[in-house]
Design a protein around this ligand. Structure first.
Ligand SMILES: Nc1ncnc2c1ncn2[C@@H]1O[C@H](COP(=O)(O)OP(=O)(O)OP(=O)(O)O)[C@@H](O)[C@H]1O
Length: 265
């Protein structure tokens, strides 16, 4: 006889990491994100795709309140991470951005040493009690970002002196150093050559074991390579979200079909 599933476990397995409901984003009078509902699964990669200006980056930035830094931007609706409303007045955006880290299009290491780039967040958040604990965090973050072997003998050199691909992996190490649960990536490979892109894509695939990753990408090939779920945005609307395989082989909406077959965008 089949064993009855443990209901608590079963519901845990399907619980979303991020749950967004009726999200609207306005820049002044411009309604940039319209009524977006999405459930983002833990420990997986979700890709946001769609033509330029459709709102992918805007929606991504709602997930760690990065839009708070834009004066004319207003967000409405509900976004919960692990069931907690991230727009609640008692949520500290600085703590939130440690839990929900971000990697940008252009690698942006600080003008500091490789070591200090990675140690920056742990120092601010008081995560290490002494130098040896800080060293441990720096080493393990660089290891997780697949960069340790390349930089272990030059930790005192400036992060800005590395290749573009190494700089981007340094930015990923910097995000990892504050023990995030979610990593948001806004076109992280668009400034990289194909070899550096392949390395970052491999890294994303490894990181999904431990982190929930959301990536904005212009490249449908990249979405197909790295993600398990794909969300297609068009004119501020989330047209369709599903398993990456379904979105690329069997889209339900004609707009998705037109986009993936290159008819627009
Ligand atoms: N800081 C801002 N101030 C005013 N309007 C903005 C701002 N950022 C984005 N927008 C507008 O919001 C809409 C969505 O832009 P967004 O950058 O989120 O789209 P996107 O899909 O990420 O585009 P791209 O692929 O070109 O980066 C666009 O109409 C854009 O002009």
């Amino acid at each position: 006889m089949n064993e009855m599933p443990n209901l608590e476990q079963a519901s845990d397995m399907t619980a979303s990491k991020i749950s967004a409901k009726k999200v609207q984003v306005y820049y002044g009078a411009t309604h940039a994100i319209i009524d977006v509902d999405i459930e983002i699964q833990p420990r997986s990669v979700t890709a946001f795709i769609g033509p330029s200006g459709c709102g992918k980056s805007t929606f991504l930035r709602t997930l760690n309140r990065m839009n708070d830094t834009i004066d004319i931007c207003r967000v409405e609706g509900s976004i919960k991470i692990d069931g907690e409303d991230i727009y609640d007045a008692k949520v500290d955006p600085v703590q939130l951005r440690a839990k929900v880290g971000m990697v940008f299009q252009k690698p942006n290491p600080f003008p500091k040493s490789i070591y200090d780039n990675v140690a920056y967040g742990p120092r601010i958040h008081g995560m290490a009690r002494n130098k040896s604990q800080l060293d441990d965090i720096v080493v393990s973050s660089l290891q997780k970002a697949g960069l340790w072997e390349e930089v272990k003998n030059r930790l005192d050199e400036p992060g800005t002196g590395m290749s573009g691909g190494q700089q981007q992996r340094l930015c990923i190490a910097r995000a990892i150093a504050v023990s995030p649960e979610v990593i948001l990536m806004d076109e992280p490979c668009s400034a990289l050559d194909p070899i550096a892109t392949a390395k970052v894509e491999e890294l994303i695939d490894e990181l999904r074991e431990n982190y929930t990753i959301v990536i904005v990408t212009h490249s449908m090939q990249q979405a197909a390579r790295v993600s398990q779920r794909t969300a297609f945005f068009h004119l501020g609307i989330l047209v369709e979200e599903g398993s990456t395989e379904d979105i690329f082989t069997n889209p339900k909406d004609k707009r998705t079909q037109d986009y993936i077959t290159g008819r627009f965008g």
